[in-house]
Design a binder for this molecule. Sequence first.
Ligand code: AMP
Length: 216
Amino acid sequence: MLSIILMGPPGAGKGTNAKRIASEYKIPHISTGDMFREAIKNKTPLGELASSYINQGLLVPDEVTIGLVKERLSKADCDKGFLLDGFPRNIAQAEALSKIGEEIKKPINYVINLVVDETILIDRISGRRVCKTCGAPYHIKTMKPSKEGICDLCGGELYQRKDDNEETLKSRLHEYHLQTEPLIEYYKSLNVLRDVNGSQDLDVLFNEIKEILKGE
Ligand code: AMP
């Protein structure tokens, strides 16, 4: 069982690194942000509710998010492991996750924390573009696609997330410091937290993560 939480502030590279780890270890990549965006795209009631919070840079209420994650982790493709990206985002979610883990016998065994300086975060988020079809991440300066506006992987159209603007980013960072950052101490005290430098070269970082997960 390889169950990982990938943590870090907005723009730390959770999505990019999560995709790589999930593909290397053949485990599902579970991103609550992606789940909400999918629901918004499909105009479901969940999407409608989530978008009002997401567009303000606020967290979607716990009862909604926790229920969603519980349902997803209960699926058979998570039996051999999973990678959580963007969940938990506060102590209540972390406590709920530990309870869910016990209930469905899928406990967390690694928490990897991407550490990135705040000035880099702002630059990364303001230049971020995402594929509308497959969700692959790009950056207008540092991770350009070979053809402008088009995803290298699937040919989908690249767009800028609605919440990737300066104003919303401010409240997302505020939410991060207030609600998510305390999880660092929480997981440290459980002796499962591993800090990695999220601003280094992606290949170097990936090797460091593989070293942490060695033997899996
Ligand atoms: P992300 O794609 O992880 O940056 O998430 C985008 C937005 O979705 C966040 O700013 C929140 O509004 C919402 N969201 C994602 N994950 C969670 C979560 N675990 N709890 C509450 N809201 C979340």
